[in-house]
Ligand binder design. Structure first.
Ligand code: MHO
Length: 214
């Protein structure tokens, strides 16, 4: 049940990557997600030793269903980037663009955000996407992996944790992202059985509208 359609990429640093993974995973039009380290120079960064890298979310999306601007709006509305307190490089607010188009749209959206949040100083930087270093398996689809029984039914290995469409979507839904209506529309296409469906729905309802904690 993977989706083999044309896609584009989006990459952001927006605080702890667990929350971003679920946020985007449950959003309509997002095909796959992975979390990792980006923007620095250290070779082979790992969670306990990430050097000058930033925690980042890497997204494959279907541009026919969701636009880059819509994805950016989720970025602006779901992390902190204008605090007077200093944010560690690990949690820096960064837009990693993949094309000149993305760069332009990102820069325009930053100007717009600064206008409507005139009492905050936006510290978000916009830089070209470089190498993305995938994080350790246990960081991928972190919320979903907390639901051990459901995760087990998907048979996720190291590769699937990075590439599975179903895992990306369920990682959002169990965290309360997306709506019941959206989930019910999609459950058949995801190939879920009744038990998986019932379990996911329960947790979607329980967590809907809640905060993405870290
Ligand atoms: N407080 C969490 C943050 C995790 S995160 C992926 C921890 O230290 O485990 O930055």
């Amino acid at each position: 049940h993977d989706v083999d359609i044309p896609y584009e990429k989006a990459t952001f640093g927006m605080g702890c990557f667990w929350g971003a993974d679920s946020l985007y995973g449950g959003t309509k039009g997002i095909l796959r997600t992975r979390v990792g380290y980006c923007g620095g120079t250290k070779l082979n960064p790992v969670y306990r030793n990430l050097g000058d890298h930033t925690e980042a979310i890497d997204i494959d999306y279907d541009p026919k269903t969701i636009s880059y601007l819509e994805i950016l709006n989720l970025f602006w509305n779901n992390h902190e980037y204008g605090l007077t307190t200093k944010i560690k490089k690990q949690y820096a607010s960064i837009i990693f663009y993949h094309s000149e188009d993305q760069k332009r749209i990102a820069e325009e959206s930053r100007v717009h955000e600064q206008k409507i949040r005139s009492n905050e100083k936006i510290i978000t930087t916009i830089v070209e996407a470089g190498e993305f270093h995938s994080a350790e398996d246990y960081h991928q689809k972190f919320r979903l992996q907390n639901h051990k029984d459901l995760a087990k039914t998907l048979g996720l290995n190291s590769r699937l944790l990075l590439t599975s469409h179903v895992a990306a979507r369920l990682n959002g839904y169990v965290a309360g992202i997306g709506s019941v209506e959206q989930f019910e529309e999609e459950a058949a296409a995801l190939g879920l059985n009744e038990k998986q469906k019932k379990y996911t729905l329960e947790h979607l309802i329980e967590n809907e509208g809640g905060l993405l904690y870290c």
